[in-house]
Write a protein that binds this ligand. Structure first.
Ligand SMILES: [Zn+2]
Length: 251
């Protein structure tokens, strides 16, 4: 008898294969990332078609055979209809998925990471928050969950808790006063009191309150640049989906 697994999961990537099949990369809470074969998912009348879409969050019934999981049944819990209708939001959500895939592993508990991703998608889909704010908060919190938490409580040189003209060093993952950085300014990202406070809030608050703050103007831009650059530098890679999102935003 094959092993049956009933779990909730979100599709981080879909790959079309022969005929009407798909191979899905699915993130679940307890099992982390799974590779799942969705037989016939591209057929119009398939029972698993909706659950096999990128970003679909569903309850899944899987069977394990020869090291593969086969998707047998699914009932969708969230398809993020508003995100799906908006090409810019969809491209941003795809970046969230690609990033999540990059920091999670097979068989590793991903309870917090999954919850964070669902929160961020919910915010894009239903909340009236600037997408730049949601994006930056997601990047920062995901990095922290993955072991790359920056030290933002005080200046790494003088220890000041309210550093003057603060800057983020994305390589070292620390905050410095402008004065303490001295001549070694290359690659540092300018913050201000508001964007530094936002970083502290995102890292220190309960997940559910993570997005309970407002920023705008140059303060939001600084927060956004700092979080995106920090993620790229720490993960040592670019994201195809981020480039695509930016190209759409630039239009
Ligand atoms: Zn200092």
């Amino acid at each position: 008898m094959p092993d049956k697994l009933v779990t909730k999961g979100i599709v981080l990537r879909e790959t079309q294969t022969k005929e009407a099949d798909k191979i899905l990369t699915v993130l679940t809470a307890e099992q982390g990332r799974l590779s799942v074969v969705a037989r016939g998912a591209r057929r119009k009348n398939s029972r698993i078609a909706a659950a096999s879409e990128l970003l679909a969050y569903s309850e899944l019934v899987l069977y394990e055979r020869h090291g593969w999981f086969l998707l047998d049944e699914a009932s969708t819990l969230e398809l993020w209809e508003n995100v799906r209708r908006d090409v810019v939001l969809l491209s941003l959500a795809s970046y969230f998925a690609e990033m999540t895939e990059a920091v999670t592993g097979e068989g590793e508990d991903a309870t917090e990471t999954l919850a964070l991703l669902l929160n961020a998608l919910y915010a894009l889909d239903r909340l009236d928050k600037p997408e730049e704010l949601v994006k930056a908060a997601f990047e920062l919190r995901l990095l922290a969950l993955s072991g790359y938490e920056p030290l933002v409580s005080r200046c790494a040189v003088c220890g000041a808790t309210a550093p003057k003209a603060p800057m983020l060093d994305p390589q070292q993952g620390v905050v410095l006063c402008r004065e303490c950085a001295g001549a070694a300014m290359w690659g540092l990202l300018p913050l201000d009191a508001g964007s530094l406070a936002a970083m502290r809030h995102v890292l220190g608050s309960e997940r559910k309150r993570m997005l309970s703050f407002a920023l705008n103007g140059e303060t939001l831009s600084r927060f956004s640049r700092a979080c995106e650059t920090f993620a790229r530098v720490q993960l040592e890679r670019d994201f195809r989906t981020l480039d695509f999102y930016k190209s759409l935003r630039a239009e």
